[in-house]
Write a protein that binds this ligand. Sequence first.
Ligand SMILES: *Cc1c(COP(=O)(O)O)cnc(C)c1O
Length: 411
Amino acid sequence: MTITAKPMGPIPPEFAGGGALTIAGQGFEHWIEAAGSTPAYVHDMTVVSARIARLRAALPAQVDIHYAMKANPLPALLARIAPLVNGLDVASAGELAKALAAKDPRHISFAGPGKRDIELEAAIRARATLNLESEGEATRAIAIGDRLGERPRLAVRVNPDFELKGSGMKMGGRPSPFGVDVERVPALVARIVSSGAEWRGFHLFAGSQSLDTMAIIETQAATIDLAARLAQDAGVEPPLVNLGGGFGIPYFAGDEPVDVEAIGASLGEALVRRSGVLSGSGFAVELGRWLIGEAGIYLARVVDRKESGGEVFLVVDGGLNHHLAATGNFGTVVRRNYPVAVAGRIGAAVEEVVSVVGPLCTPLDRLADRVALPRAEVGDVIAVFASGAYGASASPAAFLGHPPVMEVVAG
Ligand SMILES: *Cc1c(COP(=O)(O)O)cnc(C)c1O
């Protein structure tokens, strides 16, 4: 019986050269030693720096780049990214504390529903910007500011009346826990301004993981138009319009990267055309996975090689406890294969069809389903690419009690 291989996503070009995998100029075993053992995430800063530089060159000069920290909050990585971007966007007091160690609070903004009073207070004390998700949150933030004798820096997150097409996770155009519905925004802005708080502007985020360049371009143009309409109705200029992000990266077979140069050029044209009410505003995009996703590699060692029912299973020393997304259990409907390889033999001839499974007692723990690879033996290392975003911090590390994953920053 021959088993048909299922497709997998493209290995990012930086790592697709033949032979043993090198990361930031060193062989992968060097980085496993630096991490201490497998399983390990290795994040290649040379790739991150190149992505940020490319985006910077593509975007109009007046558009800032923010890093959305929830994509990967690893402090060693954050310390390296923070100086390369204009701002950090956080979504909890825990992320805020890490961000404050890396960036001036004037360049930190805090979004996310359900901010507790102690979180609002931490942001107000630190003088970070709060992206308010509701009228109730505004009331509490203003009251906390009064109590502390501090002037809160407040922006309004808008629930846009459109969504980012082709986006893996839609966050606009429907009833939502995120942001304030468009028709209620002007009144809220007026209330913020009259409270004496420092008015910081609008935050709009219409979706995530879109590979549709045209859809991103149209969404950005619609976002600028909406911000102008809201500013007009509220009667105040927004100092900053955070346009959101949503740039996806290729994970699966057939995925094509977004064209950031085309996005930058169109954004430049949209800004030239913008309404006069936004003439003094600054702009930002906030990105997580596009900046770091392709820079990260999950490395796990083969512990057992077994056959069952005519199929080969490579059992590796980590799985969904460290990398839920690669097993298809984080925000995907259909399970598809991330790019994987035998780390010692990138590009070598395919010899067999195997499934790569983790050590957890659940059939969900499958890093690769029936992929064609060169033959791997016990002791070989399997690399899962496109693993820099939504990895360790987005995985159930405590499930089954295996050791936590090691993480190192390379380069
Ligand atoms: C998650 C999130 C991001 C980052 O999304 P990516 O797909 O990682 O770029 C940006 N902004 C907000 C508001 C988010 O919730």
